[in-house]
Design a protein around this ligand. Sequence first.
Ligand code: FE
Ligand code: FE
Ligand code: ZN
Length: 279
Amino acid sequence: MHIGSHLSVAGGYRQLCADALRIGADTFQFFTRNPRGGSGRVPSDEELAELGAFLREHEFAPAVAHAPYTLNPCAAAENTLRFAREVMRSDLELLDRFPVERIYYNFHPGSHVGQGVERGIELIAETLDLVMDRDLKPVVLLETMSGKGSEVGSRFEELAEIISRSKYGDLLGVCLDTCHVFCAGYDIVNEPEAVLKEFDRVVGLDRLKAIHLNDSMMPFESHKDRHAKLDEGEIGFEALARFVSLEPVRDLPIELETPNELDGYAAEIARMRASGASR
Ligand code: FE
Ligand code: FE
Ligand code: ZN
């Protein structure tokens, strides 16, 4: 099992690595810039080389870089859309400099803000066509969403449609968020195998590259998005542990986005690893 959490890069990558070790992680997620989308801190080549050496030495699974969640890659307003595209392109160029074999770039497909899901999908595919490039290293992941407001990507069909419309579809992957799919109406508590089978039928399990492991404060099919600590939500620890033990999931990088400080993450990681060991 490769498990870690979202970690802050505010203190630099050396601090992030120390935090990752302290919580017992062997993967991590970080924001490419502050979540509001402000200008990112540009690391030096030296700092990145040190990060690369650390990740190899400690045999980390690939890291997940998360795009600012305030971006809207299918915005109706032209300046909002342009901003999302500029940020995504510059993030991909930054991540391309990371001296690692593989790194993921996860983003929220966006909200169609009344334009309709069809138009949203069209704009997201267009965004990907504008920001991606065959020779950029990061593997771009669409995150499964809960479907709050006019969010696109809460149905597997919507993700599949974005993938099939983009000219870079063959390069795209998906990051499955357990809180989001549960709130979107996929029953990972009672029928996790059926959910993965449905994902395989619609998107293809070969596209599944990473997991966001969260419990949910909100009930099944609520189309809300409030993460809970593992075991303090509607999904429960047992169901989450079972889900990540399933064959198509268990070797993927698993990132906690639970409302925790480092000690809380450490406890959740230890407990999840112990449950995995007993299977
Ligand atoms: Fe996210
Ligand atoms: Fe997430
Ligand atoms: Zn969320």
